[in-house]
Design a binder for this molecule. Sequence first.
Ligand code: SF4
Ligand code: SF4
Length: 511
Amino acid sequence: MNAPQRLFAFPGGLRLPEHKDAATRAPSRACPLPPRLVLPLSQHAGQAARPEVAPGERVVRGQRIARAEGLGAHLHAPAAGVVVAIEDHPVPHASGLPAPCIVIDVDPAAGEAALLPALPDWPAIEPAALRARIEDAGIVGLGGAAFPTAGKLGRPIDLLVLNGAECEPWIACDEMLLRERAPAVRDGGRILARIVGASRIVLAIEDRMHGALAAAREALAGADDIAVVAVPTIYPEGGERQLIRVLTGAEVPSGGLPADLGVLCHNVGTAAAVADAVLRGLPLVERYVSVTGAGVADPVTLRAAIGTPIEWLVAQAGGYRADAERLVMGGPMMGRALPTDAVPLVKAANCVLVLTAAELRDDAPELPCIRCGECVRVCPARLLPQQLHWHLRAGDFDEVEAHALRDCIECGLCAHVCPSHIPLVEWYRWGKTELRVRAEDRRRSDLARERFEARKARLEREDAERAARLAARRASAPAATAGDADDPVAAALARAEAKKRGAATEDADGA
Ligand code: SF4
Ligand code: SF4
């Protein structure tokens, strides 16, 4: 039996209307496979994967079709079929630009699934081998960041947090996963804890998620290695830093990582994917996704293949309502508007949200800042949002850096409460991109300067070595006159004078 967990408050935050009922009123449904899957080569943090298949090739479910390059994740076929193209395609990326994708025409009869060997005896397997399995299965963080999971498992950890605090309105995929697959979350958590050597595991679930809490407690009845903790429902508590603060009272330092505190945080969906990879040999080829919002006819949570077009997912939710106005991947606070529903479901996508005009607030005209301080009050990162905005507008990036824009988690609360309707988060996203470009420019110019200085030092060293060699040769050569060794010019003049004298003597003798 675990002792009750002491909880702490995090700065800022807000209780938001939840709208979760829409996608939780019925069990999740398996989404039928679409005729065509589109799999972006870059749907994770890091480098794009390199294709291992060619157009015309047949593939089966679970087959690896693209290999991770550097920091990245492998990509696997979610269904059997034929690769029909590797080409640029619209993707749900902030840039809005098309990106390379592997396109598969689905044919479920094309072959048996190619799964990895199941590892039911995982408690006896070395942590490094378990970590390799997670890498082989192409698992990335399913809470939205899509960071390759194996890349977070390299440091020793004391506390593993399984994050089930799905705080953003409308999104309900983690809640449904916990209700339906709590044992998989439990098993994945134990596997992750073995890899990093964590001595404690906490499964944090928002206190409003009664069904998820009940399912988790049932899955862990009699177990004392994982504590199920109900945390208050405050947005953005599901943020890694905020949740760690709530559970431990500690703050992840600016520019630091949770691992600096001995803490590791993984989304519950990631934990279930780890269990699937280890216990069933199943790579990451599908996920829970909420298709919801007032703009769809029949909101639902689906279990869908990665690569399924959003248009197909919306059709499973009864299609668009007449007043549908905006399509978003993610939630209303942190999600990104999609210009088209032709983009595919990616590993990180937890929600497809369709909003109506009534729910859109950002069409209101932007007004000057009235310095009300509301944005400061709600900011969970202890930032000064209005000052960041001023400095960004002025292009003063030294001040922007000094005001720690990098610590902004883009939770959207400041813009949500701003009575002047200033699109603050859009400014911050732009500012972060600018800072990255500036940092890259700085890195390149530092590199060029280092190369120049290294070359200069090498030339000076070679000159000095050459001079030393010359001096050594002279020192070892027999001295012609006393001054020769010291002054080569004087020696040359003396030789010329001697030659001239010799010639004059011959002329006199011959006269
Ligand atoms: S909430 Fe808006 S108006 Fe108020 S201080 Fe912040 S930026 Fe200015
Ligand atoms: S978006 Fe950034 S600045 Fe605004 S409240 Fe959230 S963390 Fe603070």
